[in-house]
Design a protein around this ligand. Structure first.
Ligand SMILES: [Zn+2]
Length: 205
């Protein structure tokens, strides 16, 4: 995590602290019994610690923070075992309420990223995601192969076939936001001349 990431994290935790303090203050004000000021402080302190632990622990408890072993081509071994374009439904996760699917940890991270961007007034749309082998054949037919100057990978080799890549619908503000923040969620812009194409990289062991 870069210094910007650390700063964002601190800002996030601080905002949670303020929210919690406000909540505790409201509760204390509403209390009808005559609890002592000391008691209120202790309760507040305990909840405060819990909230802080929650805030700090978010990234290590989510599935997206699990570590994976990659094969020589950078593909998680559990996905490589299925084969490109042959990922079973139970290994895929849904992106928001769309029909788009990605490898489950990538979908989870993307959903979090879209929500965080939205909270900052940035809209991230999605135009493509997991592609089965048959869908890759179809895309290659429509868009042409890279090797022939087109925009599609050879069927069976696309990052989309691993459920590890997504094509995003980004306006200029969202494109800038992605370039500044995508890495925090494991997404990087890795294909020249395709600023919409973002590849997910899981944490590795
Ligand atoms: Zn793509």
């Amino acid at each position: 995590m870069g210094i910007e990431g650390v700063n964002n994290r601190i800002a996030d935790i601080q905002s949670r602290m303020i929210a919690l303090q406000t909540q505790q203050a409201t509760k204390a004000a509403k209390a009808t019994n005559t609890s002592s000021a000391t008691g209120a402080t202790t309760a507040s302190g305990a909840s405060f610690a819990t909230a802080l632990a929650d805030a700090m622990g978010t990234q290590s408890t989510g599935a997206s923070a699990k570590s994976y072993t990659l094969n020589g081509k950078g593909i998680p071994t559990e996905l490589a075992a299925y084969g490109n374009g042959k990922i079973p439904a139970n290994a895929l996760g849904k992106v928001g309420n769309t029909n788009h699917k990605l490898w489950a940890p990538a979908a989870e991270s993307l959903n979090q990223m879209i929500a965080d961007a939205k909270a900052q007034g940035v809209t991230i749309g999605i135009t493509d995601s997991y592609r089965s082998y048959d869908e890759q054949v179809d895309v290659a037919r429509r868009k042409g192969l890279y090797s022939q100057g087109g925009l599609a990978a050879k069927p069976g080799t696309s990052e989309h076939g691993w459920g590890m890549a997504t094509d995003l619908d980004l306006n200029s503000k969202a494109q800038a936001w992605m370039r500044a923040n995508g890495e925090k969620y494991g997404f990087s812009e890795n294909v020249p001349r395709e600023p919409w194409h973002w590849e997910y990289k899981p944490k590795t062991t």
